[in-house]
Design a protein around this ligand. Structure first.
Ligand SMILES: NC(=O)c1ccc[n+]([C@@H]2O[C@H](COP(=O)([O-])OP(=O)(O)OC[C@H]3O[C@@H](n4cnc5c(N)ncnc54)[C@H](OP(=O)(O)O)[C@@H]3O)[C@@H](O)[C@H]2O)c1
Length: 229
């Protein structure tokens, strides 16, 4: 059932966790603006009167994110979830700075580009919420196994962006959190994991709904526990 939120924007809605978030929202009848680089058959199969697909939204490009902003016009959005991200293994023995840079562009700079571009739409809503899908691999305190240079660095940078955004947007009534989805069976994990994407999506939506200006700037696991920075 809808909990009263009217317009959601999901970035990275064509597959994986983003697709499941969009499906959940469609089922309960909230309007979803589903942004992606390219639509998938699964996304296209959702009810068009509820799910508006915006293609060409590459988070690394101003023009790409501009397509989303153009679609929204001046319209208010109630919740923005940036799910897009990539995981490319980079270890110390084979440091590839190009691959590290790519992850910084997509995972850290991309979400910041999206949020900054949509500030007018977030400000137009009543108590809008932003959730940036990060990873506990971006937690410095939780790093017990090293490795994964580009991914860990990019998610740590995303966490810092999320924290600063929570402070800078509080005066506009916009609450921001960073959320770890769990170890979820998607293409990113090669189908490994201990959580199905639909379960993770339900938990993530519950976290967004609970988010308030009092709890803004928190790093949560999808299961509701607070993660250390
Ligand atoms: N699965 C896990 O266990 C896990 C754990 C921790 C954190 N996460 C995080 O959860 C999020 C979703 O992951 P997932 O497991 O659903 O992965 P996924 O199935 O691989 O999906 C990744 C999504 O990101 C999109 N994307 C990639 N590069 C993009 C770009 N430049 N511009 C716009 N969209 C782009 C992909 O679109 P295309 O189809 O166009 O490539 C796809 O929609 C990611 O941020 C990931 O880091 C996942």
């Amino acid at each position: 059932m809808s909990t009263g939120m009217r317009t959601w924007v999901v970035v990275g809605a064509n597959r994986g966790i983003g697709l499941e978030l969009t499906r959940h929202l469609e089922r309960r009848g909230d309007r979803v603006v589903a942004a992606c680089r390219q639509r998938s058959p699964e996304l296209s199969a959702l009810r068009v009167e509820i799910v508006e697909i915006v293609e060409g939204v590459d988070v690394t490009s101003d023009d790409g994110v501009g397509k989303l902003s153009d679609h929204l016009g001046g319209g208010a959005i109630d919740a923005l979830v940036v799910v897009s991200g990539v995981l490319r293994p980079v270890s110390l023995e084979g440091l590839d700075f190009g691959v590290i840079r790519e992850q910084l562009e997509i995972n850290a700079l991309g979400p910041l580009r999206v949020v900054s571009r949509l500030i007018p739409n977030l400000s137009a809503g009543q108590g809008a919420k932003v959730a940036l899908i990060t990873s506990r691999m971006g937690s410095i305190a939780d790093n017990g196994s090293g490795d994964h240079y580009g991914y860990r660095m990019s998610k740590a940078a995303l966490n810092m962006a999320g924290k600063s955004l929570s402070i800078d947007l509080k005066g506009r009534g916009v609450a921001v959190c960073v959320l770890h989805p769990g170890f979820v069976r998607t293409r990113m994990t090669g189908g490994h994991g201990n959580v199905e994407p639909e379960v993770a999506a339900g938990q993530l939506l519950a976290r967004v709904e609970e988010l308030t200006l009092e709890t803004t700037g928190t790093f949560w696991h999808a299961d509701g526990s607070v993660l250390p920075w």
